[in-house]
Ligand binder design. Structure first.
Ligand code: PEP
Length: 252
């Protein structure tokens, strides 16, 4: 059975004080809702506050990026060891905003994924096509390529700590959600790529999330699809009510 994972991606939102307030308010509401794992991926500066506030709850804390080197002259970057020591369990890698604004490539996504996995972190690896790529008919090719590139040199054993998030770029932060059918199809392409690289058993066991304007209104329909094993949620993860409703949909 694949684990359903509902993960918030806060992006560059929330201060440490707001982080503590948010998690303290959310924790009692989602307590016991254990049909899914609940993760909040927060800005680096918010990690200590998030880890402290989440202690003793069923909320797990993630980071939004990790560097691929263990240490060195990489100003502004954060290593996997720094994250694990701070109590982080998950990390988002290759988000389209990092690919679009910060020069992230399939190669660096792969290196970051390997660094995260080797340090014992769970990697939430993002893949997704732009609208232009979709309209040109490249969605399947691109999703399979990005998935395989991101997972190069990952072992079948390490795949237990990999989540892939299918996030169509045109649906992120736009309010335009993929239809449940499009989400299921995209996630299916990702799963097929995992099967080609690691075999059917690994593919069947890997959590593949959908992300892109998932909210309290559309979550149930998206999560009902066979290939949708959870969500990576931006905007709606910043609102206790909306995020709780998505967790509820995953627990229905
Ligand atoms: C995201 O940041 O990964 C995301 C899917 O954002 P949103 O839910 O706001 O579209």
């Amino acid at each position: 059975m694949r684990k359903t994972v509902i993960a918030g991606n806060w992006k560059m939102n929330m201060t440490p004080a707001k982080t503590a307030e948010f998690i303290k308010a959310l924790a009692p509401i989602v307590a016991g809702k254990d049909k899914c794992d609940i993760v909040l991926c927060v800005p680096a500066i918010d990690i200590p506050a998030a880890v402290e506030a989440a202690k003793g709850t069923n909320i797990k804390i993630g980071a939004e990026n990790v560097h691929f080197k263990a240490s060195g002259a990489y100003t502004g970057e954060i290593s996997a060891e720094m994250l694990t020591e701070a109590g982080v369990e998950y990390v988002v890698i290759g988000h389209s905003e990092r690919r679009q604004y910060f020069g992230e490539t399939d190669k660096t996504v792969n290196l970051r994924t390997l660094a995260a996995l080797n340090a014992g972190l769970k990697a939430i690896v993002c893949v997704g096509e732009t609208l232009e790529e979709r309209e040109l008919g490249y969605t399947e090719t691109l999703l399979k390529y990005q998935t395989k590139m991101a997972l190069t040199n990952v072992t079948a054993e390490q795949m237990k700590n990999v989540i892939v998030a299918y996030e169509p770029v045109w649906a992120i932060g736009t309010g335009v959600t993929a239809t449940a059918e499009q989400a299921d199809e995209g996630n299916g392409y990702v799963r097929a790529a995992i099967a080609e690289a690691f075999g059917a058993d690994v593919a069947e066991a890997t959590t593949v999330q959908y992300g892109g304007s998932m909210n309290d209104k559309n979550a149930a329909e998206l999560l009902a699809k066979t290939n949708v094993d959870g969500g990576l949620i931006g905007g709606a993860s910043l609102k206790t009510d909306a995020f709780t409703a998505i967790v509820d949909a995953a627990n229905a």
